[in-house]
Design a protein around this ligand. Structure first.
Ligand SMILES: CC(C)(COP(=O)(O)OP(=O)(O)OC[C@H]1O[C@@H](n2cnc3c(N)ncnc32)[C@H](O)[C@@H]1OP(=O)(O)O)[C@@H](O)C(=O)NCCC(=O)NCCS
Length: 155
């Protein structure tokens, strides 16, 4: 059900990210800073060059996405974890992040990081349940992001 994304998946990935982002972040990002769509086709194409996207399919339809980039010194970063609203709370987010961790382990990464909005308490809870802990804060014009990290076990 989880596969590495290819260029044929671009439109579906955009649909998942922009729909899910609109649903939740509109309520917590101040109006002047809220971006909708949060990602354009052109931006996504550029992201494809520096991170690997994975998609979760349910009945042939992409309903969840997540991406992994490799940083230096054995570190990776998780990006763009988005599940379509009506498919949330069914274990898909957990399955995608667990898949990214497996991919990271195969690349001999020893730590994964991510950023999420400091007021996205549902997301912080989700990542804490998966073993990530808060390690920092980044000020943004609209508020702040938190940094979360997890040390990966050696393979
Ligand atoms: C956050 C998100 C990725 C979680 O994915 P999901 O598939 O819904 O989550 P899962 O079903 O795998 O949940 C695993 C656990 O995380 C926690 N969790 C998930 N969603 C939660 C929520 N909205 N509030 C509180 N805890 C939550 C729960 O403990 C859950 O286990 P449970 O359902 O047995 O209680 C998804 O809700 C989403 O796309 N949200 C909008 C975009 C977003 O916030 N992305 C992350 C930051 S960019």
């Amino acid at each position: 059900m989880i596969e590495k994304a290819c260029s044929d998946d671009l439109e579906d990935i955009l649909e998942v990210i922009n729909t899910s982002n609109r649903e939740v972040f509109k309520c917590i990002i101040p109006k002047d800073y809220f971006q909708d769509p949060v990602l354009s086709r052109q931006e996504l194409l550029k992201l494809f060059e520096r991170m690997a996207f994975y998609v979760y399919r349910s009945e042939q339809r992409i309903v969840g996405v997540a991406a992994l980039s490799v940083k230096n010194a054995g570190e990776g970063q998780i990006h763009w974890v988005y599940i379509l609203p009506k498919h949330q709370r069914q274990g898909i987010g957990k399955a995608l992040v667990t898949h990214l961790e497996k991919e990271a382990g195969e690349k001999h990464l020893h730590r994964l990081k991510l950023h999420t909005a400091g007021t996205a308490l549902w997301a912080i809870n989700f990542y804490e349940k998966l073993g990530y802990h808060l390690t920092g804060k980044i000020d943004r014009a609209w508020g702040f992001d938190v940094v979360m990290e997890k040390k990966l076990p050696h393979l």
